[in-house]
Write a protein that binds this ligand. Structure first.
Ligand code: SAM
Ligand code: SF4
Length: 459
């Protein structure tokens, strides 16, 4: 979501005449778009602001702005903590950013704008987005959250849930497709409740509309809340050929006692029941999840229930976090906090278990042929730390199940296919690693070298 917001910020700054630079030292304006979901994210933001403060000592004309969730949470306190900061703008102030920057430029004043209204206005997102060459991008379909999980800061810093009108979403995706995008990931804290409050269409209906966009090849979405995840969405995987065979369904804990204390509003049984239905309806679907370890009061028995649930589901991938107190989240007041040492120990145990499942799921694909949407040249290769047998350029893409596949490009004798970003290429999976796969495209090069976009198909 912050990546999406950063793009929206950059587009507004471009309208003011700013250009992006990768060299911090030559920037006239730096906007730090922050996250406060866990304590570590907030610490990182302040440590980067410390670095910028040092830079401003050498370059007094530099304008420093802080946006996002830390800005929303801390407001004017940031100006006191880091006196070099000129602007603090909250999660709903992105539209006002050009005016705020202009004012600072003219008056050299310091501004805090963290007004949070009951009803945010995500429809103000710029719908005419042109990306430079990206094959895959995010599209926010709703903002805020009404669920108030007891550990979570999101409702407090992003405000109440508001859905964008489907027409605006369609406009935005069509414009992205015109600029070469082939895959979109629809974003919301709980996409399953999309449109309900406003009486717009349902999320499965939105998926069907997006599925009809010509030139778009793949649709992903995140995040689904298990309490609202129903059979209509399960069926949407079958009825919409562009919806990828992957679901991220955060469980957070395998213990009913902890789920209740987290205010998640579902039980372990309900979650497992939905997983069974999902696996029955969509064979081969990849399932990933989020888990928090060391929630206040989590006993060894609760933790073992989470481990046990993992063994039952066998997730394809997992984001696991140690619990951290967040301002205004009710769990701050909960007793029986778990020691940092115990939390780390539980996290390691859980990650070790997950490693086996991730490897097993990756290994199961070896020998199969998968349609891969080619994203571009592998970043790992260009930074030189990928265990590639030789230094020839590698390309990267993803399976429908969201697994990363690396392979050789046109310039390698072993590559028989035309490789370019945005093409879907059938790829024979040869090797499985811990976090990626290695494959060989199996198509034969066309005499013309292939026409961009013509050979693509939904997969
Ligand atoms: N809305 C999504 C959901 O309900 O699953 C995602 C919420 S959050 C942006 C992403 C993940 O951060 C959560 O699923 C949760 O596992 C983790 N998280 C949130 N608050 C946390 C906290 N206080 N400590 C540790 N992890 C946290
Ligand atoms: Fe946070 Fe819960 Fe909302 Fe997700 S559903 S953003 S975890 S409050």
């Amino acid at each position: 979501m912050n990546v999406y917001d950063s793009e929206q910020i950059a587009a507004r700054l471009a309208a003011l005449g700013y250009q992006q630079t990768g060299i911090l030292e030559i920037a006239d304006l730096v906007i730090v778009n922050t996250c406060t979901i866990r304590a570590k994210a907030e610490q990182k933001a302040f440590s980067f602001l410390g670095r910028l403060a040092g830079l401003k000592m050498k370059k007094p004309g530099l304008i420093i702005g802080v946006g996002g969730c830390v800005a929303q949470q801390e407001g004017a306190k940031i100006l006191r903590r880091v006196p070099q900061v000129d602007l603090v703008f909250g999660t709903q102030a992105i539209d006002r950013l050009p005016l705020l920057i202009q004012k600072i430029g003219e008056k050299r004043c310091r501004i805090v704008d963290v007004a949070l209204t009951e009803k945010s206005s995500p429809s103000n997102a710029l719908t005419d987005r042109r990306l430079d060459g990206s094959v895959s991008t995010f599209v926010t379909i709703m903002r805020g959250c009404d669920n108030f999980c007891t550990y979570c800061v999101v409702p407090h810093v992003r405000g109440r849930e508001t859905s964008r009108h489907p027409d605006r979403i369609m406009e935005e995706i069509r414009s992205l497709v015109l600029s070469g995008v082939k895959e979109v990931t629809l974003l919301g804290q709980n996409v399953n409740s999309y449109g309900k409050k406003e009486g717009l269409c349902s999320f499965p209906e939105l998926l069907a509309r997006v599925n009809s966009i010509e030139g778009l090849l793949r649709i992903r979405f995140t995040t689904s809340h298990p309490k609202d995840f129903g059979s209509d969405l399960i069926n949407a995987f079958k009825t919409n050929e562009k919806v990828c065979n992957h679901i991220h369904l955060p469980v957070q804990s395998g213990s009913d006692r902890i789920l209740k204390r987290m205010n998640r509003k579902y039980t372990r049984e309900l979650y497992l029941d939905k997983i069974t239905k999902l696996k029955d309806t969509c064979p081969g679907i990849a399932i990933t999840s989020d888990i928090i370890v060391g929630f206040p009061g989590e006993t060894e028995a609760d933790f073992n229930e989470t481990m046990d649930l993992m063994k039952t589901v066998q997730f394809d991938g997992l984001f696991a976090f140690v619990y951290s107190d967040r301002p205004n989240a009710p769990a701050v007041q909960f007793k029986n906090k778990i020691s940092e040492e115990e939390k780390r120990k539980r996290l390691q145990t859980l990650l070790k278990l997950q490693e086996n499942f991730t490897r097993m799921k990756n290994q199961a694909l070896v020998g199969s042929v998968q349609p891969i949407l080619i994203e571009g040249i592998s970043k790992k290769q260009s930074s030189g730390n990928f265990n590639c047998p030789d230094p020839i350029v590698q390309w990267t893409g993803r399976t429908s199940t969201n697994k990363i596949v690396n392979f050789y490009g046109n310039d390698h004798p072993q590559c028989s296919a035309d490789i370019f970003p945005g093409k879907t290429v059938r790829t024979h999976i040869e090797k499985a690693y811990a976090h990626s796969l290695w494959g060989k495209p199996v198509e034969v090069k066309s005499a013309t070298g292939g026409l961009k976009g013509e050979e693509s198909y939904a997969a």
